[in-house]
Every structure is written in C-alpha cells, then in structure tokens.
Design a protein around this ligand. Structure first.
Ligand code: ADP
Length: 425
C-alpha cells in the first residue's frame, strides 16, 4: 500500500506525469485493508508463524491456510490489474510486478495452484489489454512516458503479451521446481530427525537397563564393605582398613555417578514430567539448606535476594529444587575458601529469573559452549576436584528445557561464574 502511494506521488511530482489519483489511492487503501484482515485471520489459524509449508501441521489446518493464501494472492492480482489499468495499461512497465506474485504463489502453493494463478494473471492482464484496445474500457495514457499511445498497436500488444506470458510461466515453473525440491528436502530431514530420535530413545533405554543393573551390584558391594569397614566382622589391621576405606569411597563415588546417569536417562525417556504450583521462594530456601553446611566448612557466605512478590510458579518442584541445589553445590565446590555466593530471584513479566553468582574459579572461555554437554568437565575444575560426573549441568539443562525455560552461564576464568535460569511462571 505504502509502495503504491509513494510510486504515484513520485510519478506525479518528480516525473511530472498526470495519473487518476483517486482510483489509484482507493485501490491502495483497499489493498492495505484486506491484507490486514488476512494477516489477522492467518495468525488466528496459526499463531506461531505463516508456515504454509510446515508438514507437521494438521491436514485441515494446512488446507485452510492454503485456501487463505490462494484467495489473498488472487485478490492481490485483481488489485494489481486495477492499478495497472488506471496507470497506462499495457504501457505501464510495472506489469512485471505480476512476476513477484507468481514467485510467492509458487513458494506457498502447490505446483498446480501456482500454474492456475499464472493463467488467472494472464487472463486478467489480457482482459484489460483487449477491453482497452476495443474501447470498452477507457485507456489512461502515460502521456510523456511513451512517445505515442501504444494500447492500440496490435504489434506492440502481441510482442508485449508474448514476453509477458512466457515470463509468467517460466517464473512459475522455475520457482515451483525450486520450492518443490526444498519441500521434499524438508520432509526428508523431518523423517531423518524422527529416526534419530527413535535411535536415541533405544540408546537411552539401553543405558537405563545397564545402569540399573550396575546400581544393584554396587548396592550389594556397599552392603558387604560397610560391615567390614565399621569393624563388625572383626578388627582390621591398618593396611586392610586403608584398602577397605578406599574401596568403599570409590564405590560411593561410582554410586553417585550411576544415580546421576539413571536420573538423566529417566528424564530423557519420560515424555512428560508431573507439574504443579509450588512456592519458588521455599524451594530456593530448601536448596540452600542442602549446601549450607559445606559452605560453612569452606567459610563461603551465601547471600539471598528474592524479590518480595516472588512466590508460586508452575513446575516440577522436586526437579527444580534439585537443579538449584546442584548449581549451588557447584558454586560452593568451585569457589575457594572465603569466597561468596549470591542468589537473586527476580520477576521478568511472565517468567522468573534466578541467578547464582560466585567468586570461584570460573570457566575457561573456550570451554563455556560445551559446559552443558553430558560428561563434560572444564580443565581447571578437573585440576582442583578430581571427582565429578559432568552430568549435573546436563541434568539441569534437561529439567529447565522441560519447563520451556532457558539456562545459561556467564563466566570469567579466575573471577567467578553466574548461572542464570529463566523459568516461565
Ligand atoms: P561436576 O560438577 O560433577 O563436574 P557438572 O555437570 O555439575 O559436573 O558441571 C560440569 C562442569 O561445569 C564442572 O566440571 C565445571 O568444570 C563446570 N562448572 C559448573 N559449575 C561451576 C562453577 N560454579 N564454577 C566453575 N565451574 C563450574
């Protein structure tokens, strides 16, 4: 619409041609009005986007969107024909704007529908040309732009029409071929993705079964080592005690690793996690309780700042508490003695932002992008803390993404890290 008004103004004022401005502006206003209606309509059918090509959409919805697109393109072609008629007919060089509509039609519609739209275009264009030629419609000559009126010259009409018709069909043929190929590729990518997801599920089930078995054996080993370590089965000499203690400690670590592996696999396999309303304030406080003793041992101060109007949110309370506790435990673990950890919870419209900042060892810049990957541990963390699963953050990521939230980190090596979680309420 703006384009039409600007072009008419330019042609009138700068080029100096006289045009019938009233019908031209009226058509422009009509064009703007019905396009707005279509925009609102299509958004109400598919609020996410105008994805007429999305194959995951239901058939009924897709066919409705196709029908809307078809109607809108047909109306645009009618408007353009009217604009062309009031501004010189066949003498107007803007007749090639029909090609844009053909390309859009080929992208959005089926090949058959695009060729039908092309035929409709040619019909509209020729109707104007022949009605003006026969004197049944008035001709608005572009005086000053063309040397003499061309709409009555059969040779000019034939030549222009030949170029126009061939351009329209070639444009539709090429655009429809390209978009057809793209649509095909999109479909095969979607299929490959489904296959990959299925393979991933099979792998997770396998991991779940194996880690479950390992956990049972580990429990049995712990059950045997416990009584020996505590001396129930008889006094141990120092050498024996040392070996048993080491074996018991290693079994403990292995057990927590297997538990983490089981947990992340279970989250991955569960299609839905149970949600409900819970108090985020209490959950943060409970998570702090879990790490307080360890922080005290290292003389690390924990400071909390929760905005007063923060309270209930919807989610899986146990998972959220575990995630916050996990991040806090990491902050305490990777912060040297005497440091500090700050927790802030703020309202962000429909979401809450939870941030945990520490004055710890930080994360090397080049390793930040890999931090949430399974089993990943940064090199500086491995140096100061030999044990660790590298699974805590990937579990946190899974949990937050299941809540349609976002988790990220900002950090500078040697200065500290800030982990942020954005959770929809
Ligand atoms: P783990 O702590 O068992 O190694 P996580 O998945 O919880 O496993 O963390 C992965 C890695 O992220 C850690 O090994 C460490 O390199 C880094 N990391 C996590 N939290 C912090 C933190 N607060 N400060 C510095 N590094 C961190």
């Amino acid at each position: 619409m703006i384009g039409v008004v600007a072009t008419v103004l330019f042609v009138e004022k700068a080029v100096g041609l006289s045009l019938p401005v009233f019908p031209l502006y009226s058509i422009a206003a009509l064009l703007g009005a019905y396009n707005l209606v279509f925009f609102i309509w299509i958004k109400s059918v598919d609020p996410v986007s105008l994805r007429a090509l999305d194959i995951s959409m239901s058939r009924a919805k897709q066919s409705l969107i196709n029908r809307i697109a078809n109607t809108q393109i047909a109306l645009d072609l009618l408007s353009l024909t009217a604009l062309i008629h009031f501004s010189g007919g066949i003498e107007n060089p803007f007749i090639f704007y029909f090609i844009f509509h053909m390309i859009i039609a080929s992208i959005l519609l089926s090949r058959r529908a695009s060729f039908l739209q092309a035929t409709f275009t040619i019909f509209l264009f020729n109707s104007v040309v022949f009605l003006e030629y026969a004197g049944l419609l008035p001709h608005y000559c572009l005086k000053g732009f063309v040397p003499y009126t061309l709409h009555g010259s059969p040779l000019y009409i034939f030549g222009m029409n030949f170029a126009f018709i061939s351009t329209v069909y070639i444009a539709v043929y090429l655009a429809a071929s390209i978009s057809g190929r793209l649509r095909e590729r999109e479909r095969s990518l979607k299929e490959a993705n489904i296959l990959l997801e299925e393979k991933d599920r099979i792998k997770s089930e396998y991991v779940l079964r194996v880690s479950h078995d390992i956990k049972e054996h580990l429990s049995a080993i712990q059950g045997c080592l416990g009584p020996v370590r505590t001396g129930i089965t008889g006094e141990l000499n120092p050498k024996q005690r040392d070996l048993i203690e080491r074996a018991d400690d290693r079994t403990d670590k292995l057990m927590s690793f297997v538990r983490a592996l089981l947990e992340i696999t279970r989250i991955k396999l569960s299609r839905q996690i149970e949600m409900g309303m819970f108090s985020l304030r209490e959950t943060v406080e409970d998570a702090i309780d879990l790490v307080e003793a360890r922080a005290k041992d290292k003389n690390i101060s924990i400071n909390v700042n929760i905005e007063p109007d923060i309270d209930k949110i919807n989610g899986a309370q146990i998972y959220i508490e575990e995630t916050i506790a996990n991040l806090l435990a990491n902050s305490v673990k990777y912060t040297p003695n005497g440091g500090r950890v700050d927790i802030a919870v703020k309202n962000k419209g429909d979401s809450v932002l939870l941030q945990i900042a520490d004055t710890g060892i930080g994360i090397p810049k080049d390793e930040i992008p890999k931090l949430f990957e399974e089993f990943f541990r940064a090199r500086n963390a491995k140096k100061i803390e030999r044990t660790g699963t590298g699974l805590g953050l990937s579990i946190a990521k899974q949990v937050i993404e299941r809540h349609n939230g976002r988790i990220w980190v900002e950090s500078e090596e040697g200065r500290g890290s800030t982990f942020s979680i954005l959770l929809p309420k």
